[in-house]
Design a protein around this ligand. Sequence first.
Ligand SMILES: Cc1cc2nc3c(=O)[nH]c(=O)nc-3n(C[C@H](O)[C@H](O)[C@H](O)COP(=O)(O)O)c2cc1C
Length: 133
Amino acid sequence: MDTFEAISTRRAIKKFDPNHKMTSEEVDSLMKLTILSPTSYNQQNWRFVTVTDQSIKEKIGVAARNQAQPVDGSLVILLCGNMSAWKDDPLRYWKNHPTEKQELEPLWKKNMLTVLRIEEMRQFVLVDLQVKQ
Ligand SMILES: Cc1cc2nc3c(=O)[nH]c(=O)nc-3n(C[C@H](O)[C@H](O)[C@H](O)COP(=O)(O)O)c2cc1C
């Protein structure tokens, strides 16, 4: 299919056949394509939770303001993000950068440490609040 045609014929699907079940091969093929999506600094800090259990899909349907799509669709994918992924050895994002960009590293490092300190303080305050309650 041509890219222009694919974009202009795409539609949000509102009704699903509750009797249709996707095969695990179909789910695998979709997930393999899904993880080709780009992420900032190629962090791939996504986590996908695939849900096929009917009772869990029904609970998701309630959480989605009683919409039928999650209940009737064969597969529901919860897209989660690891918000702390950047803390895992963050300097590795810079190691292949051209020299002129690496010169910015100390500045970036300083900012990163500030963010870490703010986060530590936030956690300290939260712990403190828990102790006081
Ligand atoms: C961020 C976002 C949230 C949406 N949430 C819902 C939703 O909760 N239920 C639903 O039926 N459609 C939802 N939609 C689909 C929109 O209703 C749909 O994209 C819009 O009506 C345009 O139709 P089209 O995508 O077929 O062009 C959502 C779309 C976006 C982008």
